[in-house]
Ligand binder design. Structure first.
Ligand SMILES: Nc1ncnc2c1ncn2[C@@H]1O[C@H](COP(=O)(O)OP(=O)(O)O)[C@@H](O)[C@H]1O
Ligand SMILES: O=c1ccn([C@@H]2O[C@H](COP(=O)(O)O)[C@@H](O)[C@H]2O)c(=O)[nH]1
Length: 618
């Protein structure tokens, strides 16, 4: 996207939601439209936030106050004060030193304002920021699909709807021609840490935080959400069960965690163990961070809380050790007498551990024996978190989604195949090269067996043997464009075909299939370079499952996927591990040409047939 260089290039008014929204205008709502008539000193652009989070994506008012005080020289300040994204609701913002007033009224959609700076340098910086921000706006909740493909840097798109939530979890992207209606806040990586009282949860968290010293990490304790005790309960506090799930205000916990996940600051209560009250100590302000750790005995008890977590750790410490630590902690630190501590343990703590805490161990991704003493486990966890933080936002959340790391070569290929001026030969050549990369990455996710061979010098080399029972399945027609790459990598591979007609009942109709008879025993590489509505993918995967292929044996390879998948069926049918990936993000209309990918590819291929003898036309 070209950023405006001078006010003259700026459209005076833009209406919310119009796709052609030019930068950098401000805003609008149902009643009022306003813009900066002279935006040069303070250039702002407004992107309507996606429908995914109507009222949740709001920043604090104080940030808006800072915005009020901006002058032409304070753009940098604004950025540092507000971070990369400022979201506004129901506020009036006046740009001082300007004749213009921008009014942002309450309405159904909030807005993201992004700073712009002048000149081409500024434009580039701004574009970078904008790219980053756009990349940070994916939101998906279910975990089911796995895709593999190539991906440029994500830019502007949003995933919504059921299908999108599961299949369509990646993205990438292009420069923002985009409808801004697609902003979603950045996704933190949420870790849950559960385990019995005094098992060492806090110690483990502290060690993780120490090792992640160069990352922004916040710790939230479930203890902070203990209900306040009533006067009556206080009088008989020894009969109160602090280890029962009902002792916690889980709704408030969910609310706070939800806000943090949506990159909003929250005020978390401070529970006082001596007075048994929240509110004695002032609340703690917790700012959004890249990593959020929620720690507590019953952190995994409520499924809604569990669903917020990207990684679950259970600290598993011997009960005697826990009791010994508890006695010391409660007597020395909390000033309780030993008899009370032991009574509480036998009446409540132990039964609750058996009834509510231990049963949640099964939800853990990682169980750490010996808690903080287990340095190997903590190192591995930190390593995993670092890997996740280095990944694409959606890959942090969906372990089954793989996006090929974008390099300039890959971006270059994406650019070429999108360029209307690209020659036929280059289109075919670079599509094929890109497809080959996706196929190689996909094959890398197949299981293997260890194999020893004798080298020509007589020594033993321990290597691996390829997975033998494979087949490809291409979705006719565009999927066929991926067959050559698959054949080139897997000599003699069987390839089946599925034809899905897009305009049948429900816009999808399976009209032809030819699959290996023993497909249920094979690992299937499903080939379809473009994921549009997702309907074809749904049909194809459903068919494979009906044919007895376990979902975990399907690797879905594609190149480009579009965000408009919201009307597709519920992906619950595909909840297992499919390996997918993807790549694009442009609104469907703008990548229309790619929906003709197969047609285009093969037309070009035919016309190049004499020069491209490597290709087998189907
Ligand atoms: N590996 C350990 N060795 C010795 N003491 C420990 C160890 N881990 C934790 N502790 C002590 O046990 C008590 C409870 O640990 P903590 O991490 O607060 O557990 P939790 O958060 O599960 O209640 C603390 O006093 C802590 O110093
Ligand atoms: O007022 C209270 C509140 C809680 N407890 C006990 O604390 C532990 C949970 O704390 P961890 O730090 O997670 O171990 C739980 O067993 C409660 O019984 C309490 O004694 N008094």
């Amino acid at each position: 996207m070209q950023w405006p260089k001078s006010p003259a290039q700026i459209s005076p008014i833009c209406k919310r939601g119009t796709k052609s929204t030019p930068f950098p205008v401000i805003f609008c709502n149902n009643e009022t439209c306003a813009c900066l008539t002279d935006p040069s000193p303070l250039r702002l652009s407004v992107l309507p936030v996606s429908a995914s989070g109507p009222a949740t994506n709001l920043h604090c008012n104080h940030k808006i106050q800072k915005l009020k005080g901006l002058s032409s020289s304070s753009q940098g300040v604004w950025e540092s004060v507000t971070g990369p994204t400022l979201q506004i609701k129901t506020k009036e913002v006046e740009t001082v030193n300007h004749s213009t007033t921008v009014r942002l009224h309450r309405h159904s959609t909030d807005h993201v304002l992004s700073p712009q700076v002048s000149g081409m340098d500024g434009a580039r910086k701004c574009n970078k920021r904008s790219n980053k921000k756009e990349r940070e706006k994916k939101e998906i909740n279910t975990q089911s699909f796995y895709r593999l493909g190539t991906c440029d840097l994500p830019h502007g798109f949003q995933i919504s709807g059921r299908f999108a939530r599961s299949i369509h979890r990646n993205l990438e992207v292009e420069q923002p021609t985009t409808s801004a209606a697609e902003s979603v806040p950045k996704q933190p990586f949420v870790i849950g840490v559960a385990g019995g009282a005094a098992s060492g949860k806090t110690t483990v968290c502290d060690l993780i935080i120490q090792q992640l010293h160069d990352q922004r990490v916040v710790l939230v304790n479930q203890d902070s959400f203990y209900h306040n005790l009533s006067e009556e309960e206080l009088m008989r506090v020894h009969e109160y069960n602090f280890d029962h799930p009902d002792a916690f205000d889980t709704e408030q916990l969910l609310c706070c965690m939800g806000k943090l996940r949506h990159w909003q600051a929250v005020d978390i209560p401070n529970y006082d163990f001596k007075s048994y009250k929240n509110g004695v100590v002032p609340k703690r302000r917790v700012n959004p961070s890249d990593v959020i750790i929620l720690e507590g005995i019953l952190a995994f008890h409520d499924p809604r809380v569990r669903e917020l977590m990207n990684m679950k750790i259970f600290v598993d410490t011997d009960p005697d050790v826990r009791l010994a630590r508890r006695i010391r902690r409660d007597t020395v630190e909390k000033g309780r007498d030993i008899r009370t501590v032991l009574d509480q343990y036998s009446n409540f703590v132990k039964p609750a551990f058996d009834d509510f805490i231990l049963p949640t161990k099964k939800y853990a991704d990682i169980i750490i024996p010996r808690g903080g003493d287990n340095h190997v486990a903590i190192d591995l966890i930190v390593q995993h978190i670092r890997t996740k933080l280095g990944q694409h936002d959606l890959c942090k959340i969906y372990p089954n989604l793989y996006v090929i790391q974008s390099t300039f070569q890959i971006r270059g290929m994406h650019t070429l195949i999108r360029d209307a001026k690209t020659t036929k030969h280059d289109f075919v050549f670079y599509s094929d090269r890109l497809i080959r990369l996706v196929v190689e990455h996909g094959l890398g996710h197949l299981p293997f067996t260890e194999k020893q061979v004798i080298t020509p010098t007589g020594s033993v080399y321990t290597g691996v043997d390829f997975c033998k029972r494979l087949c490809g399945v291409s979705v006719i027609r565009s999927g066929e464009s991926m067959e050559n790459a698959l054949r080139a990598c897997c000599k003699g591979i069987k390839i089946g075909k599925i034809l899905i007609h897009r305009e049948g009942d429900n816009g999808q109709q399976l009209i032809y299939e030819k699959l290996p008879t023993d497909i249920s025993d094979r690992h299937v590489l499903l080939l379809d370079p473009i994921l549009g509505t997702g309907n074809s993918a749904v049909q194809a995967i459903s068919l494979l499952i009906r044919k007895g292929v376990p979902e975990s044996n399907i690797i879905f390879l594609n190149l480009i996927s579009a965000p408009q998948a919201s009307d597709s069926p519920d992906m619950i049918m595909f909840t297992a591990v499919l390996h997918l990936q993807l790549v694009s993000m442009r609104p469907m209309s703008t990548i229309f040409e790619f929906f003709q990918f197969g047609l285009y590819f093969f037309q070009l291929l035919k016309s190049l047939a004499d020069v491209s003898s490597n290709y087998q036309l189907c």
